[in-house]
Design a protein around this ligand. Structure first.
Ligand code: GDP
Ligand code: MG
Length: 369
């Protein structure tokens, strides 16, 4: 059974810990900020604030580990994986479309974009991967499952509207995930646009523009008029250089599943963002509870691939069953190994004490001691 601390629940509900403590007092529960709360109480409180609590199966997590100098030496630069976040109607979808149109449609292969949950664009010969799902839903859901796929968050703020509740939420999610933010100040084509006010408002949340001595990159854009798009991509690449995003392409592949579907012809298929190693046709893998062998791979332009490198989003078929978004796909030596790992996971799950709870759109991991 899952539980969570008072302060974490307060954060999840976007209320102050004091308010939550008062709420608990009303329920005749005396609690401090670090107190663990029972699932029933979490559910009851969450309901009061209009949230639904969902139970989600425990997942394996991709932990960051420290590398030896030998491992370090094998790392090669990889493209950044970017998520676009921001308040509703501030222009996330328009921005993603603008990026795709200017950066994909011009290519000779015709620009037939497939919806696979992510797309790869090129700017000055360098690749950038964008998660297609605008907003933070996918981002938080994946993260709650232990998957960290995003390297950079682009926070879209409409210059005529300014910082709004979901802007703040997005900032909090990115900060909690330790994902650096680039701000795209959008809709600068509008006469009522006020970029300076946006900067002022954002600085109250610790996002201080470089010209004011801070370290947050802010780019004025018009997603609709396709202005500032190149500068934004430029800044994303600059930040990825600073972050030194790297992976070892020679290892057995490991990646995170961001989308799944049943395909009539191909059976269960999943979009995987490769995080290390190179995924190749016929590789045997495990992903959560299921195993498989790579039968086909396609990129976001529908082109068949034989190999997929770190950060690449690829649609993979060859799963025995449908895996889940958030599952980590890991290439293993052979089918025997895959079977053994699945058996071990099954046993472990039966005794597992980790539960993941979802609060409305937000999904939070709760670890029970
Ligand atoms: P989302 O909810 O964040 O995905 O926002 P959308 O991309 O759907 O945009 C919401 C509305 O704002 C749409 O009517 C867009 O046409 C409009 N919009 C988006 N970007 C711009 C912009 O740069 N300038 C202007 N004037 N309108 C924009
Ligand atoms: Mg949208």
């Amino acid at each position: 059974q899952g539980s969570m601390r008072v302060k974490d629940l307060a954060e999840a509900l976007s209320i102050s810990p004091t308010e939550l403590i008062m709420e608990l007092l009303n329920m005749k529960i005396l609690a401090n900020v670090n107190q663990m709360l029972d699932p029933d109480i979490i559910k009851e409180i969450a309901k009061k604030y209009g949230y639904k609590v969902e139970e989600i199966k425990p997942r394996v997590s991709l932990k960051k580990k420290t590398l030896s100098p030998e491992e370090e030496a094998k790392l090669k630069p990889r493209p950044p994986v970017v998520v676009v976040m921001g308040h509703v109607d501030h222009g996330k979808t328009t921005l993603l479309d603008a990026i795709r149109q200017t950066k994909i449609a011009e290519k000779e292969y015709g620009g037939i974009t497939q919806h696979i949950g992510a797309s790869m664009v090129e700017h000055n010969g360098r690749k950038i991967v964008f998660l297609d799902t605008p907003g933070h839903e996918a981002f938080t859901a994946l993260r709650a499952r232990g998957a960290q796929v995003t390297d950079i968050a682009v926070l879209v703020v409409a210059a005529d509207d300014g910082v709004m509740p979901q802007t703040v939420e997005a900032i909090n999610h990115a900060k909690a995930a330790d994902v650096p933010i680039i701000v795209a100040i959008n809709k600068i084509d509008k006469p009522e646009a006020n970029p300076e006010r946006v900067k002022q408002q954002l600085s109250e949340y610790g996002l201080i523009p470089e010209e004011w001595g801070g370290d947050t990159i802010m780019v004025p854009i018009s997603a609709k008029k396709k202005q500032g798009i190149d500068q934004l991509l430029e800044m994303i690449l600059l930040l990825s250089d600073i972050l030194e995003l790297k992976a070892d392409p020679d290892k057995p592949a490991k990646g995170t599943i961001i989308e799944t579907k049943m395909d009539k012809g191909r059976g269960p298929v999943a979009t995987v963002i490769i995080q290390e190693g190179t995924l190749r046709l016929r590789d045997v893998f495990v992903a959560g509870d299921v195993m498989g062998r790579v039968r086909t791979m396609f990129d976001d332009k529908g082109r068949p691939l034989k190999e997929a490198f770190p950060s690449w989003p690829v649609e993979v078929s060859g799963f025995d069953e449908l895996p889940q978004a958030g599952d980590i796909l890991e290439v293993v030596e052979d089918e025997e190994t895959a079977k053994r790992i699945l058996e071990e996971r099954k046993q472990k799950k039966e005794t597992s004490n980790i539960e993941v709870w979802g609060l409305g759109e937000k999904v939070l991991p709760i670890i029970v001691k």
